[in-house]
Design a protein. Sequence first.
Length: 426
Amino acid sequence: MTLRPDLDVRPVTEAEHPAWIRTLHTGFLRPPKVSAAEVAGRGAALASSRTLGAFDAGAPRVGGAAPVVATFRSFDQELTAVGGTPVPANAITNVSVAATHRRRGLLTRMMTQDLAAAKERGDVVATLIAAEYPIYGRYGFGPAAWAAQWTVDVPRAGLDPRWSGPEGGGRIDLADGAEVRRTGPGLHERLRRVQPGAVSRGERWWRIATGELRVSDEPWTEPFHAVYRSADGTVEGLVTYDCDDTWGDAKQPQNTLRVRDLVAVTPAAERALWHYLCSVDWITSVRSGWRAPDDLLPLLLPDPRAAGIVTQADFLWVRILDVRRALETRTCEGRGALVLDVADPAGLAGGRLLLDASPEGVSCTPTTRSADLALEVGELAALWLGDESAVRLAALGRVREERAGAARKADALLRTSRRAWCPDIF
Ligand SMILES: CC(=O)SCCNC(=O)CCNC(=O)[C@H](O)C(C)(C)COP(=O)(O)OP(=O)(O)OC[C@H]1O[C@@H](n2cnc3c(N)ncnc32)[C@H](O)[C@@H]1OP(=O)(O)O
């Protein structure tokens, strides 16, 4: 790795936004052009001292300035812990380093700077959606919530073709973007209060999802929105989807419906919305979008084999910055005490801590007692949302039992009955 003193990492100014966006597009292999509309659409999100750029003073100047050769941005977010309490999170996004400047330590510089600032602010975790698995473990991140995507072969699913709506008095109605902006945020707030791994959505998220705010020059396709209401009229579910227009030579419909977002706060709403999506005439295939790996979807179908997993992968990565607060914020179903020896080579978190957990509450205090389980902070992140098994990590040699049976005990305390899920890419 060649470290170069003429590579300056610093917050970008408003005048530098167009160059910064162009570098981001280049890094993400999108056409390297930027319109005034895109600069305006992204402006509010970029206007922060947490929008970093790397500038190469040794490169030919572009418009009289050193070119932007790397991008990085973080923003305030809340991440729901097991039990439903949110923790303050430093959400990291828009990470790119120009191919001409790769492997010179630019990502490491930007990440180190940003994580130190997040720790200083008092954020409990940092979060990101990783483009590639091998990038972020070195910075103490661990894959904390996985996701799966299904394709449903609708004709094979065995659903009753006469179905005309939900049972039990509930109803489904189509909605427009304005209604989604009114009802969606409240519904999503209900979801994230109970869904470990869910992250907060600001008003901007809803404006982008409904096409009111454009942050890219890609053509916008207006989606369909459908709302589920229970028998008493309460909104309990919302789905946003689009469809293609494909017909076979024998004049048979072969259309695919793609779910962009499905939020349901009751099992009845979730069941009804999936049933609805798989019952839209002309649709022969439904793409589920990113769901929890234990989503209800396949088992809702009379023939679950009609739902094939097309992708199953790590999704939300978490970097714990404050082990004590992270553990004390979550709940535990089990009861017991465990001494964790948490190693953090970056020195941001870690130490030896006594986890004392019961359904009544969790305490986590520094201790000098001998350790039961030794692990790195990234492994703890994978365990923290309850999605990973300490027994599994021990078998992989990634956590070490200092006392026989400690991994099984950790699982009894930390694992959850349903898996963590992050519905959002950010
Ligand atoms: C949250 C998000 O935004 S995810 C999107 C991430 N962006 C992308 O994937 C876009 C394309 N890729 C890139 O822009 C860059 O290659 C980046 C951002 C992934 C890496 O930036 P770089 O400046 O090259 O990383 P840097 O030089 O700091 O590398 C640090 C270490 O990570 C390793 N590393 C970096 N990227 C990768 C990778 N994709 N796969 C494996 N190892 C990697 C380096 O080899 C180096 O290892 P070392 O410490 O053992 O020497």
